[in-house]
Design a protein around this ligand. Structure first.
Ligand code: ZN
Length: 673
């Protein structure tokens, strides 16, 4: 149900003025000449009007984004920009892991502004606009006459601009400024941030553009933003700068790194690197820029190099949740199959970056596997990052939390939700992700309309010179039935493509009472002359399932996970008898699973999975936790058999901060056990 404050945009713009002709309101908008198969519908063409995503997006709009403005004030981000604008005071920023003051606080402001831009494009809201207006003015005031704007260098290290490409994050910050500017232009027809961004880019270009100093930024991000700036302005120089920066990387331009050159992907050119490596967010953001350059320049070799690394990533370095990055020390991808559940770093930003990358690859290739990973990651790696209350966040998303709290770490790796972080990249990233999420639901192509993500909502797609309007209704992800109604069509035949997710064993499609198609995972393509009133029903078999890991993932060998539809499940101590812990829990290798849709205080309506488990009677006190199999019993002491329930992982950590685990130790029981 939509509240009055969240009425979809009626096309009259935030101030009630007549709509101006705008670019499609999408964060990624390939030019007409780009080598892509699919094109986005944007936020005016793809709307979410009900269900789980509508609920989470309403929380984002009404609670999280306003809360974000308070946090940016409290954490000093806005103060720093005021210093850059001439106010007195000292730059505020937490120390990073080198002991240096974090230089990238402006980027959180820009991600927040980007989120507001996309939200206002969909839901005019004077309150949000009033929060954003002074911040846009502040950025304008902070910009120097020569175009430079970065509060860290202006307020903390004046005169030191462009001297620390390794850790300075100047281009990273500029990239987020551009993305905010793109949101305000495409979403609202407002060019104030765009003129600030273009002036800053000209200043950067004069410093390190083609033929100038051979610099790159330690943290990729600028590359994809530059391509979007090119797409929005038509200025080829921005694409050329992005291409130059992509090609420069991998030649050891950045200085020595204590984590090695792989940390910032400067060890091997992007054309030849075979695997994702180093800092996960840096790698993923770089890949996004590489895809953008590849499709705009028609460079198939470059695109294939990214697809190769995406395949390496998904086959050996991705958690079942879709999360990326197992190493805490350098926030990095681990080795192949190094995927520990308790020590997963699994940064929320890396998951968001993974969706950004798969979306670009989906547009480029049209291949359904990219939409599959978007779904898995969005539900199980991004959504867990935001608490149901809208004001608590996860930076790190481990797949297990020990009951005793021994793994409660300080800083980003805490396994308890926090209001904000000293380095707060994740919260505003969640805000912009949720704000622009409807864009990922569907695309348009020369053939017709492709539905990738199932939500209750509506689509407007330009097809054959006309407009096709579709509405969709579903209880997804709780049920696998999706009703698609053609509200308006064009005379010629066109193709409606429906994704059958990788988790779905069998799906059928009917038109009224007529069975049209049946399929396993992949795509169902329906080509015909559609007319208004046609009602299509997609039915996907959705039942709970147990999933075993590849035995090479040593850390979880001998366990199973529970899944249902696109969701990964977890068991929390909160659902066990008092005093019992998931660490003492064992389940059968092939358990009989039940499922129940029910409402729970604080969690709302969820489908729970139930199964039998044994809670071991672990010996109290210190013991030697290894057993001699020659002389000892094959199994531990008996325990209590109970029925337990598991909840969708995205809902974990919203109750008491107790134990949780996704991977459940599974035992092959003897009949007399
Ligand atoms: Zn982050």
């Amino acid at each position: 149900m939509m509240s009055s404050a969240l009425r979809p945009d009626d096309g009259t713009g935030p101030s009630g003025t007549a709509a101006v002709s705008r670019e499609t309101a999408s964060p990624v908008l390939p030019t007409p000449n780009a080598s892509v198969r699919l094109r986005p519908l944007g936020l005016s063409g793809s709307r979410i009007e009900g269900g789980l995503w509508a609920d989470r997006r309403r929380t984002n709009h009404e609670v999280t984004i306003p809360f974000g403005a308070e946090q940016l004030e409290a954490a000093g981000n806005l103060l720093n920009l005021k210093l850059a604008a001439g106010a007195g005071g000292t730059y505020r920023g937490a120390n990073d892991d080198t002991g240096n003051t974090a230089p990238f606080l402006d980027s959180d402001v820009y991600k927040w502004l980007e989120a507001v831009g996309w939200e206002l494009a969909q839901f005019p809201d004077q309150r949000l606009l009033a929060l954003a207006e002074p911040i846009i003015e502040l950025v304008a005031e902070a910009q120097r006459a020569d175009g430079y704007v970065d509060s860290y260098y202006q307020a903390a290290l004046p005169g030191m601009e462009f001297t620390n490409p390794e850790w300075g994050h100047e281009l990273y910050v500029a990239g987020h400024l551009i993305q905010a500017a793109v949101a305000w232009r495409r979403g609202l027809g407002d060019d104030r941030l765009m003129s600030i961004a273009e002036r800053f880019v000209r200043r950067i270009e004069a410093e390190l553009g083609p033929g100038k100093r051979e610099l790159i930024c330690g943290h990729p991000e600028f590359e994809m933003a530059l391509v979007e700036l090119y797409r929005s302005t038509g200025e080829a120089r921005y694409l050329e700068l992005a291409r130059t920066l992509v090609e420069r990387r991998g030649h050891g331009i950045l200085g020595p790194c204590r984590y090695g050159a792989r940390y910032w992907q400067d060890y091997e050119p992007v054309r030849t690197a075979l695997e994702p490596a180093g800092h996960a967010v840096r790698q993923i953001y770089l890949e996004c820029g590489v895809v953008d350059v590849a499709v705009e320049t028609g460079d198939h070799e470059l695109l294939e190099a990214v697809v190769r690394r995406w395949e390496s990533m998904t086959s050996s370095r991705t958690y079942i949740t879709g999360s990326l990055g197992s190493r805490h020390q350098d926030e990095a991808f681990g080795d192949a199959f190094e995927l520990p559940p308790d020590r997963a770093y699994a940064e929320t930003c890396a998951a968001i970056g993974s969706v950004m990358l798969s979306w670009r690859l989906l547009l480029a290739t049209g291949e359904v596997r990219f939409a599959d990973l978007i779904e898995r990651t969005a539900y199980n790696a991004v959504l867990p990052g935001l608490a149901f209350d809208g004001t608590h966040f996860f930076y790190s998303n481990p797949l297990m939390r020990r009951s005793a709290g021994a793994e409660v770490l300080e800083g980003p790796a805490t396994t308890r939700r926090a209001n904000w972080f000293p380095i707060a990249c994740c919260p505003p990233n969640l805000m912009r992700f949720l704000a622009s999420f409807p864009d990922l639901a569907a695309t348009v192509s020369e053939r017709g309309l492709e539905i990738h993500q199932y939500v209750t909502g509506s689509l407007d797609a330009p097809i054959n010179g006309g407009v096709v309007r579709i509405s969709t209704e579903t209880n997804y992800p709780w049920e696998g039935v999706v009703h698609v109604t053609v509200d308006e069509s064009v005379a010629e035949a066109w193709t409606l493509s429906l994704r059958v997710p990788e988790w779905c064993p069998r799906a059928t499609v009917s038109l009224g009472t007529e069975r049209l198609a049946e399929s396993g995972p992949g795509t169902i393509e329906l080509t015909r002359g559609w007319t208004a009133g046609d009602q299509i029903t997609l039915e996907m078999v959705m039942s709970p399932r147990a999933t075993a890991p590849d035995p090479r993932i040593d850390a979880v060998r001998g366990t199973i996970a529970l899944e249902r539809g696109p969701l990964v499940y977890a068991v929390e101590d909160a659902d066990l008898p008092d005093g019992k812990s998931v660490e003492s829990m064992e389940v059968a290798q092939a358990p009989i699973l039940g499922d129940t849709f029910q409402s729970e205080p604080g969690l709302g309506e969820l489908t729970w999975i139930s199964l039998d488990a044994t809670l071991r009677n672990d010996e109290p006190g210190p013991i030697w936790p290894y057993r001699n199999l020659q002389t000892g019993r094959a199994s531990l002491a008996g325990g209590q058999r109970i029925r337990v329930r598991a909840l969708p992982y995205f809902a974990w950590g919203n109750r008491a901060a107790l134990g949780m685990r996704i991977w459940l130790p599974a035992i092959a029981r003897k009949s007399d056990d």
